[in-house]
Ligand binder design. Structure first.
Ligand code: NAD
Length: 340
C-alpha cells in the first residue's frame, strides 16, 4: 500500500515513517521542510534499508498535491503537517488557521478529487479544552480550545466529521496525542527543534548538554502533588506504532464509515519536577531550573483514558519513562545540533 505522509520529515512523522516501512508499507513524504530537515528521512532510509519517496512542497499548494496524487496511486493519507507551537499560535493566529486549517482543507479537496478515502489526522489532547474532567475519554465533547493552535485541531476534526457525513465512503481517524517525548533507540532520529524549544524534554536535554543555562518551570502552585503541571508523556515510538495500528484497523473495517477518535497516551500523568529528576538520574547531569510564573492557558493536569485504542486497535504504550529519557539523552548527545 502507498501511504502519503504529510509532514513526514518532522519529529513524529519521521518516527512513524520508520514504523510504516518496517511494516512493509510504501511511503511518500510530502513536507515543505519549514520545521524539519531532509536528513531525518535519509536516516530513516538507512535505519530501515528501504527507500522513501520524498517530495518537497506545501499542503496549501493544491497543484503540487494534485501532481503528487497523479504520479502515485495513494491508498491512504497520514496528515502530520502543521504548525505546532501553542504559545506562538496566540501571537500569530492567522498563520495557524492558514497553515493548519486551510492546509487540511486543500489536502482534503485534492483527496476528494482523486477519490482517496482513508485519512489519519494528527489531533491533540488540547481538543478536550479545560472544562472536561480527567482522564479525558473520547466520548467527551470537544472543549473550548485555549489557543488558536488547539482551535485549529478542533476545526479540522469538525471538518472531517462533515466530510464523512457527506461522503459515505470516507473513513477517517483522529489520533489525539498526549505528550510525545523520546527518540528512536538508535539515537539517529529525534526531536530537533529550530531555535528555542517549545517542549519540555528538548529544553531539558539542551540544558543537560550545556546549550542552555537553565529551564524555566511555569508555576509550582498548581493543585498537583508537587505543585508543577502534570502531563501524560508517551514514547514517540509507541506513538508511531499507534499510527500503524490505526492504519491496519482502518484497512480492515468493512462496515465502518465516518470518523473515529482515539486517545494515544499512557493513562498516567507525571509532573515537570519528576521529569527533571528522572532526567538527572539517567544523564547524571545537574539540570538547573528556576520556578517562574504560570503560563497562560496551561492546565494543572491531564492524562488519557487510552482504553479504546487498546480495545479496538490492540495498541498500548509499552515503553517506560526511563526508556523515554535514555533515548532522548542518546539522541541529544549524538546530535547536539539536531540534524545540522
Ligand atoms: N509534538 C507534540 O507534542 C504534538 C502533540 C499533539 C499533536 N501534535 C501534532 O502532530 C503533528 C506533528 O507534530 P511534530 O511534533 O512532529 O511537529 P514537527 O514540526 O516536527 O512536524 C511537522 C512537519 O510538518 C511540516 N509542515 C508544516 N507545515 C507544512 C505545510 N504547510 N506543508 C508541508 N509541510 C508542512 C514541517 O516542516 C514538519 O516537518 C502536528 O500536526 C502537531 O500539531 C504534536
Amino acid at each position: 500500500m502507498n501511504i502519503l505522509v504529510t509532514g513526514g520529515a518532522g519529529y513524529i512523522g519521521s518516527h512513524t515513517v520508520l514504523s510504516l516501512l518496517n511494516n512493509d508499507f510504501d511511503v511518500i513524504v510530502f513536507d515543505n521542510l519549514s520545521n524539519s530537515s531532509i536528513e531525518s528521512i535519509r536516516r530513516v532510509e538507512k535505519l530501515t534499508d528501504k527507500k522513501v519517496t520524498f517530495v518537497k512542497g506545501d499542503i496549501q499548494d493544491k497543484a503540487a498535491l494534485a501532481e503528487l496524487f497523479c504520479a502515485h496511486n495513494i491508498d491512504a493519507v497520514i496528515h502530520f503537517a502543521a504548525l505546532k507551537a501553542v504559545g506562538e499560535s496566540s501571537t500569530m493566529p492567522l498563520a495557524y488557521y492558514q497553515n493548519n486549517v486551510n492546509g487540511s482543507l486543500c489536502l482534503l479537496e485534492v483527496m476528494a478529487t482523486f477519490k482517496v478515502k482513508h485519512f489519519i489526522f494528527s489531533s491533540s489532547a488540547t481538543v478536550y479544552g479545560g472544562d472536561n474532567n480527567v482522564p479525558y475519554i473520547e466520548t467527551m465533547p470537544l472543549g473550548e480550545a485555549s489557543s488558536p493552535y488547539g482551535a485549529s485541531k478542533v476545526m479540522v476534526e469538525r471538518m472531517l466529521n462533515d466530510v464523512a457525513k457527506a461522503d459515505s465512503d470516507f473513513r477517517a481517524i483522529s489520533l489525539r496525542y498526549f505528550n510525545p517525548i523520546g527518540a528512536h533507540e538508535s539515537g539517529q532520529i529525534g526531536e530537533a527543534p529550530q531555535g528555542v524549544p517549545n517542549n519540555l524534554l528538548p529544553y531539558i536535554a539542551q540544558v543537560a548538554v550545556g546549550k542552555r543555562k537553565s529551564l524555566q518551570v511555569f508555576g509550582d502552585d498548581y493543585q498537583t502533588l508537587d505543585g508543577t503541571c502534570e502531563r501524560d508523556y508517551l514514547h514517540v515510538m509507541d506513538l508511531a506504532e499507534g499510527h500503524v495500528a490505526a492504519l491496519k484497523w482502518l484497512n480492515k473495517q468493512r462496515g465502518f464509515t465516518g470518523v473515529e477518535a482515539f486517545n494515544l497516551g499512557t493513562g498516567k500523568a507525571l509532573s515537570v519536577l519528576s521529569i527533571i529528576r528522572a532526567f538527572e538520574q539517567v544523564s547524571q547531569q545537574n539540570i538547573r531550573y528556576e520556578i517562574g510564573a504560570r503560563r497562560s492557558g496551561d492546565l494543572a493536569a491531564f492524562w488519557a483514558n487510552a482504553d479504546k485504542a487498546n480495545r479496538l486497535l490492540g495498541w498500548q504504550a509499552t515503553r517506560s519513562l526511563e526508556q523515554m529519557i535514555e533515548d532522548t539523552w542518546r539522541w541529544q548527545v549524538n546530535n547536539p545540533e539536531g540534524y545540522l
